[in-house]
Design a protein around this ligand. Structure first.
Ligand SMILES: Nc1ncnc2c1ncn2[C@@H]1O[C@H](COP(=O)(O)OP(=O)(O)OP(=O)(O)O)[C@@H](O)[C@H]1O
Length: 801
């Protein structure tokens, strides 16, 4: 059966809620009606009944009626408006006037149901086709995806947004196969043809997108690829979405680390503070606390003391100098205990570096040098024990888990010290530092051993027993959070029993019990028991958190390396006149890629600061994905389509074509082969370095031509670097195995390295290395053992017997 030719009339089934029947304007309708009428067979009998005026349901549903010529009594004249006698179905349909070139549907928007926005969105049949169209525009204006919408191939609407303009713009996407050139399979069997067979829409020359509704084309299409959507509120993020902050270190941790850095870096010219410029090898002294009363005696040292932060000229690190003022050290032997303390490494002890006497402050002073923990506070200042006695404020109780954590840490430190045959002697709220969340470190180790050496105030065992008492008092003071609370023990125990579990009291009672030779730290640890496990668990969980943070920073490091690489390559002064960096060279792509990543602009030419775009581009570059992007020059004259993979390869190859001097400048202090010796000599273990010295001449990493000599299963293997294949690791070297006599091998090595003009400057080093390798392969001579005589012979005989 022959299908009805396409007309301007669509009558869609009323059952479909989103269907929009489109009716031709009256003029057209009447014309077509007349035409249809004229074409009607004259013999067709006029049906006098009512049905003759009603539109056939087949026409409504299918667009035609196969019984039209077989006696169907309904009206098949689709051009005639059935409004004269509307069918029940037609009442529910929404009608849109078809726009003509002269009349724009002013009320079209208002008559269209909201569902009409669900009309299919325009999708070009092939992106590459679209891009080719765009890039080879006859006006010579290559189009940047980030350029204005007028050039993006989507909006060739007239300034007034008229539909005629739109029809033209889409004409080359027509599905009728009428476009020039070979029709794609898609065009030969357009999807709409199947719709046509359903009589929803007939295939024909009319733009199939027309019915999408004129109102959709009145506005400029949004550039979805240009504008990142605003993220939903933090509370509404779905599982795959992440807030921007989640890519970086949490604020609290960052703040803490930044504060520590600041503490470490802060400095004031020593002269302003009336301090010496240098004390021994330390400079940039900065007092860690301001003393209001000069000559204030420390309760602990029983001497005026001051703590300074200072930088060592030896290793550039920051340390704390504890100055005990006006102390004359008579016996040099006193310093011996410092050596023993230096060997103690424990996470809850501030390690001591050295101690010395000085007159740099104008008086005889003893200086103890300790590791610096930026931002550390003493337990005393942290819990305000000292201040509270003055202002009488109520004590705040330390949570029991925190108290157990403190007890565990101090017990652990004591165990280490006692095991080393020393006594802590500084378990005091003013000498215990808090260096992180609930992290304690016992400070001022060795100080009393040195200062009280002369007076000989007791044995190590006695001091260890004192440690137990000091520990017990500390727990009482922390638990009650009242200074000197250990002096009123019955009252303090009452308070402790009231606020904490009985286990704490048990530990304190043991610690404060009469000194006894059987009293030891192991017993204290057994009393702490399972609390230690809790502490270990907490610490490991915290380590996991920090590990996680570290791994995220690792990703940042990777991206930074990529950025650094691009930074090294782009806009180098020495490439200014290099033709391979011209506007057409392959290296130019890296420049364009940089612009694509960082210098995108919006329609108004304002910079787009889209972090997600930058991170995504760099990740794709790093992974070398095949996705293609169009890079456009700043003057819009050149457009290149490359994949991330190609861009990655260009960037790598260009990095390797950097000058050897530049590579050396980059790697000389930062490479994984470096072996630094304490005496200042730097060795390196990279291949291609004949002397293993970290110098430019011998560097196997930096030099384009380098020689490596190593032992082969037989003879020596000489490997030469191929300068031209530097960016292809598999092909970048050439190896020769020389298995000859020592002299002949030396000659061959010299020929390879020097006579060919490869690296004459390495001749001597190459010969020395080859000789050493050959020597190492020579069979070892058995040592002639002297026969034993005399006493030795007798001893040997006795041994054997
Ligand atoms: N190793 C260190 N790292 C960082 N800061 C430290 C270190 N040692 C001490 N401090 C800081 O120096 C300041 C002074 O320490 P000091 O031991 O003199 O405390 P103090 O309360 O004044 O005791 P005292 O009453 O005995 O003088 C403290 O605020 C402490 O935070």
């Amino acid at each position: 059966m022959q299908k009805q030719p396409f007309t301007h009339q669509f009558i869609l089934p009323p059952q479909s809620p989103s269907a929009i029947p489109i009716v031709a304007p009256d003029a057209v309708a009447s014309t077509s009606s007349q035409t249809d009428t004229s074409n009607k067979p004259a013999s067709k009998p006029k049906v006098a009944n009512v049905n003759a005026k009603r539109l056939c349901r087949n026409v409504i549903i299918h667009g035609f009626c196969k019984f039209e010529d077989k006696g169907c009594e309904f009206n098949h004249e689709v051009g005639i408006k059935p409004s004269s006698q509307p069918s029940p179905e037609s009442k529910s349909t929404v009608r849109i006037q078809q726009p003509t070139s002269t009349s724009k549907p002013a009320n079209a928007v208002s008559t269209v149901t909201p569902d009409s926005v669900n009309a299919p969105v325009f999708v070009p049949t092939s992106s590459s086709t679209a891009i080719t169209q765009v890039t080879t525009t006859t006006e010579g204006n290559a189009v940047n995806p980030s350029a204005s919408s007028g050039q993006n191939g989507y909006s060739s609407t007239n300034g007034d947004g008229s539909v005629s303009g739109l029809t033209n713009s889409f004409s080359h996407f027509s599905m009728t196969g009428e476009i020039s050139g070979t029709a794609s399979p898609m065009q030969q069997h357009p999807p709409m043809s199947s719709m046509g067979s359903m009589s929803m829409m007939q295939p024909g020359p009319v733009d199939p997108y027309y019915y999408m509704g004129a109102s959709m084309f009145d506005q400029q299409p949004l550039q979805y690829h240009m504008h990142a959507r605003t993220l939903p509120h933090l509370a509404n993020l779905s599982t795959q979405q992440r807030a921007l902050q989640s890519f970086f270190t949490p604020d609290q941790l960052r703040e803490e680390l930044a504060r520590r850095n600041e503490n470490e870096l802060v400095t004031i010219p020593a002269r302003e503070l009336g301090l010496p410029q240098e004390v021994d090898v330390y400079h940039s002294l900065y007092p860690l606390e301001i003393r209001n009363q000069p000559g204030h005696k420390s309760m602990f040292f029983n001497h005026p003391t001051t703590a300074y932060k200072a930088v060592s000229t030896v290793d550039g690190r920051t340390y704390v100098l504890y100055r005990v003022e006006g102390f004359r050290l008579v016996n040099e032997q006193a310093m011996a205990s410092v050596e023993r303390w230096r060997k103690i490494r424990h996470s809850n002890i501030v390690s001591i570096r050295e101690a010395f006497t000085t007159r740099a402050f104008g008086d005889p002073s003893v200086i103890f040098v300790y590791q610096y923990h930026p931002g550390a506070k003493t337990l005393l200042s942290m819990y305000g024990m000292g201040n509270r006695s003055a202002n009488g404020s109520a004590p705040t109780f330390i949570p029991e888990t925190t108290l157990w954590s403190y007890i565990t840490q101090i017990a652990s430190a004591m165990k280490k010290v006692h095991k080393a045959g020393l006594a802590v002697r500084s378990i005091e709220p003013s000498k215990i530092l808090v260096t992180g969340k609930n992290r304690l470190r016992i400070n001022c180790s060795a100080a009393l051993d040195v200062l009280h050496f002369e007076s000989g105030d007791g044995t190590i065992e006695e001091h260890q027993q004192e440690d137990f008492l000091a520990f017990g008092k500390l727990i009482i003071e922390l638990a009650c959070n009242i200074p000197q609370s250990s002096q009123n023990l019955p009252r303090s125990f009452e308070l402790v029993s009231h606020c904490y579990s009985a286990d704490i009291k048990k530990v304190v009672l043991y610690l404060l019990s009469k000194p006894d030779s059987t009293k030891n730290i192991d017993h204290v640890i057994s009393l702490i028991g399972s609390r230690i496990l809790h502490e270990v668990n907490c610490n490991q969980s915290y380590t996991d958190v920090l590990d996680h943070e570290l791994s995220r920073q690792l990703e940042n490091g990777r991206l930074l390396r990529l950025l650094t690489k691009m930074g090294f390559i782009n806009e180098r002064a020495e490439f200014e006149n290099d033709p391979s960096w011209s506007e057409t060279g392959e290296k130019y792509i890296i420049k364009l890629f940089r612009d694509y990543v960082f210098h995108q602009t919006d329609d108004n030419g304002s910079p787009r600061l889209d972090n997600a775009h930058v991170v995504s581009c760099l990740n794709k570059l790093d992974a070398g994905v095949d996705e293609k992007i169009m890079l456009t020059s700043r003057d819009d004259e050149t457009s290149v389509i490359v994949s991330y993979k190609e861009a990655f390869l260009f960037s790598v190859s260009n990095l390797f074509t950097m000058s050897a001097e530049l590579v050396w400048a980059l790697v000389k202090n930062n490479n994984s082969f470096l072996v630094k010796r304490p005496n200042g000599v730097e060795f390196t273990a990279e291949r291609g370095n004949l002397t293993n010295l970290n110098t430019f001449k011998y560097s196997g990493l930096a030099n384009n031509k380098a020689v490596d000599i190593a032992a082969a299963p037989r003879g020596v293997r000489v490997t030469l670097k191929k300068a031209k294949q530097a960016n292809k690791p598999a092909k970048s070297t050439h190896s020769y195995v020389i298995a000859k006599s020592r002299r002949a091998s030396a000659k061959s090595v010299a020929n390879l390295v020097a006579r060919s003009g490869y690296r004459a400057d390495l001749r001597k080093a190459a010969l020395a290395r080859a000789s050493a390798v050959i020597s190492s392969q020579a069979p070892k001579k058995a040592k002639a053992v002297r026969p034993a005589k005399g006493l030795r012979a007798e001893k040997a005989a006795a041994k054997q017997a």
